[in-house]
Design a protein around this ligand. Structure first.
Ligand code: PGA
Length: 329
């Protein structure tokens, strides 16, 4: 059986005659007949029957036509994929959470580009829920985000860097200068929170339940930028990754509140599907994230602005698998 015979048979089905199929395919009528006969011989049942001057497709022939279409479709998809793979540079596809994409990954991507200039990099940005979906559906090779949620079976998370979440507010906030704030004193604040599906939002909800807040007032804002602007405008307080507010803290647009139990220490993870063999580019990226070169690059990039991360400097525990890192650039 050849692809040509399948195409010929499908043309006969479409046209309802040998003559019609020969016109559609620009071949002779005998060659259409020979193709159909060969196919019938191979499958062992009549697919067509002569009826007067036309041709009739048997029930077996109709069923076979469905599978013939599927075979040709699969072949065409395979041929297209193989052509794409052969034609293009190696590809690394990353699905990153908003916070990491906006505030963390640039120095790492630069390092990766220096190391593998031939690899084409494609990064998509969403919240934690969409990153997990991208990995489960195998749409993207790697994810970058917080700890993978427990329900995301088959997704492996490898921590590579501490992520410190701090509470920030406008500099004129009434509690701005108070050290050792009991979280309960923030129970009546409006909390600026990210959209549902966001890892930052889940961390905030954990903070609420640890602090014993009973349904605090919240304002949901769908991006870190909107949350930071709202906090700077005095609309409320927020728990946010220190990486995301380094610039605002350095510029004095926001201040860190000295809330007991913060920074909340989490870890940035590289995420991948356990069942998928990583591509060479993905493997190189994972190794890079584990390396001290990546850490040095981040420290150099953030420079003085990460000096406010006291937890690591003071030697308090960081999550398993996260190496300690110096605080200054
Ligand atoms: P987010 O993710 O940007 O979706 O809030 C941050 C995180 O997972 O810690």
């Amino acid at each position: 059986m050849t692809l040509g015979q399948l195409k010929t048979f499908l043309a006969v089905v479409r046209q309802g005659s040998i003559r019609g199929a020969s016109a559609e395919l620009s071949v002779t009528e005998p060659s259409v007949s020979v193709g159909v006969k060969a196919l019938e011989h191979e499958v062992g049942v009549p697919l067509t029957e002569r009826r007067g001057r036309g041709i009739w497709i048997t029930p077996a022939g109709r069923e076979f036509a469905t599978y013939a279409s599927m075979i040709l479709e699969i072949y065409e998809t395979a041929a297209r994929r193989v052509r794409e793979t052969g034609a293009r540079a190696p590809l690394l596809t990353l699905s990153a959470v908003i916070t990491a994409a906006e505030y963390l990954l640039a120095p790492i991507l630069r390092l990766f580009k220096d190391l593998c200039p031939q690899v084409e990099l494609r990064m998509e940005v969403g919240n934690m829920a969409s990153v997990i979906e991208d990995l489960i559906s195998h749409r993207m090779q790697l994810g970058i985000g917080g700890r993978p949620p427990e329900h995301s079976s088959g997704i492996v998370g490898e921590p590579f860097l501490a992520n410190h979440l701090i509470v920030v507010a406008a500099p004129e906030h009434r509690l701005a200068c108070e050290p050792e704030l009991d979280p309960i004193r923030l129970a009546d604040e409006t909390w600026l929170v990210r959209e549902s599906g966001s890892g930052t939002r889940s961390n905030t909800q954990e903070l609420f339940s640890k602090a014993g807040f009973n349904d605090p007032a919240t304002m949901t804002l769908g991006s870190n930028g909107a949350v930071k602007q709202a906090a700077a405008a005095g609309l409320g307080v927020t728990l946010i990754s220190a990486h995301a507010v380094a610039g605002e803290l350095a510029a004095g647009a926001l201040v860190q509140l000295g809330v007991k139990g913060t920074p909340v220490v989490r870890a940035w993870h590289v995420l991948y599907s356990a069942g998928e063999k990583p591509t060479e580019a993905a493997n190189t990226f994972i190794k890079l994230l584990r390396s001290s070169a990546a850490r040095r690059e981040i420290d150099a990039w953030y420079g003085e602005s990460v000096a406010f991360l006291p937890t690591v400097a003071q030697g308090r525990p960081v999550p398993t698998g996260v190496e300690r890192r110096s605080t200054a650039g």
